[in-house]
Design a protein around this ligand. Structure first.
Ligand SMILES: [Zn+2]
Length: 380
């Protein structure tokens, strides 16, 4: 849907998992739940910016044994006071990124403050030859577990459900600010996937302008509807994938996980909802089902690596990103936005882009999505 092309070249990758990325010491050694040197572990709060949201047990749930806790036993405290930050034990924690990709000037600034002045200063600088814009926006880190674990496949069912509730909560905050065109969540796990910290975490960015991939998708959705008369591309895609079946990996009540047609990366999996609606408006039950499925997908990819690459004992490195619906779209694409369904894309880090890919803008995938899905179903 993003109008990008991929070359499926299975003969180039006899082994599906042929990563030659350098091995990180942090991933080699066995991990415990706590690392005293980690800035994301409890007790190191002063090594990050102050929390803008924490997840804590409700006061009336403090006596519930840990194995019986459910997401509803927790509260999501946005803009916690210094006293709350000090006093309450956190289970998940959101902080401003200390090294932001997008910035509003002060990563500690309260999002409740009047931001109109800051937004007014966001100006495209005119230039006859080069185009320059300020990378203006918000960049947060979601520490999605208080345990020093690596990623989603090591997290408990409760932890991953709380994580997805935090994503909904933060994306609502970004939407309600009213100035951002787009916000989304992504996750890098492992050094070759770009992670700079071994403690599990996700990131969230909010942009004032629509990123190119989103512009391209809205344009293609609009073209598709005009050419075909089919109003919902994503409803049609889910029906098609179910009918064809060969790329489907998981099929749950509300979601479908499949290896996308013409995937640009080997073993890539996309999770698409079987219903319309913005991620920020998901009900708890929808969110819980998505969270469990996302955890299962990562665990399956990890298991597939141990089966198909038994001599490589390194844990799987991977990227996750959310293809969220834009908060707004310019006039010609308003209808396309209504047909948008938010997806989650999980991509194992198995191949590097090389000269051909960089020179042509064409990705080469050594394993077709049909083969990938069959191999994944085999190890289910
Ligand atoms: Zn840690």
């Amino acid at each position: 849907m993003a109008d990008r092309w991929a070359i499926i070249a299975e003969e180039r990758g006899e082994r599906p998992f042929n990563s030659d990325s350098p091995c990180s010491c942090a991933t080699k050694k066995a991990q415990s739940d706590y690392d005293p040197n980690c800035p994301f572990c409890p007790g190191a709060e002063r090594r990050t910016t102050p929390a803008v949201e924490i997840v804590a047990l409700k006061e009336n749930a403090l006596s519930v044994p840990s194995e019986r806790r459910a997401p509803d036993d927790f509260e999501f405290i946005a803009d916690p006071t210094p006293d709350t930050r000090e006093r309450r034990k956190w289970f998940l924690r959101v902080v401003g990124n200390m090294y932001p990709i997008l910035s509003m000037g002060d990563s500690n600034a309260s999002l409740r403050a009047d931001l109109s002045g800051a937004f007014a200063q966001f100006l495209a600088e005119p230039n006859a030859f080069y185009r320059t814009e300020t990378a203006f926006g918000r960049h947060e880190v979601v520490i999605d577990s208080d345990r020093h674990c690596r990623g989603w496949s090591e997290m408990t069912s409760l932890e991953i459900k709380l994580a997805f509730r935090v994503f909904r909560s933060r994306l609502r905050v970004m939407r309600d600010i009213g100035e951002f065109a787009y916000a989304f969540v992504f996750k890098n796990v492992g050094e070759s996937a770009g992670a700079s910290q071994p403690h599990t975490h996700c990131q969230l960015t909010a942009n004032v302008s629509l990123p190119p991939e989103l512009n391209a998708e809205l344009r293609r959705l609009d073209e598709f509807t005009r050419a075909s008369g089919v109003r919902s591309y994503w409803r049609e895609l889910v029906a098609n994938e179910l009918r064809y079946g060969r790329r489907v990996v998981f099929d749950t009540e509300r979601f479908l996980a499949y290896c996308p047609y013409a995937s640009r990366s080997p073993m890539q999996i996309e999770i698409c909802p079987r219903f319309d609606g913005a991620f920020e408006d998901y009900a708890d039950a929808e969110l819980d089902e998505l969270a469990e499925l996302a955890r299962e997908v990562v665990a399956l990819l990890q298991r597939a690596k141990t089966v198909y690459l038994p001599t490589d004992s390194r844990p799987l490195d991977y990227n996750v990103f959310q293809r969220n619906a834009p908060y707004r779209a310019s006039a010609p694409f308003a209808d396309a936005l209504k047909a948008f369904r938010p997806r989650w894309v999980i991509t194992p880090t198995l191949v590097k882009k090389a000269g051909f890919e960089l020179g042509c803008g064409l990705d080469v995938n050594p394993i077709s999505p049909e083969t990938a899905a069959a191999r994944l179903r085999d190890v289910l």
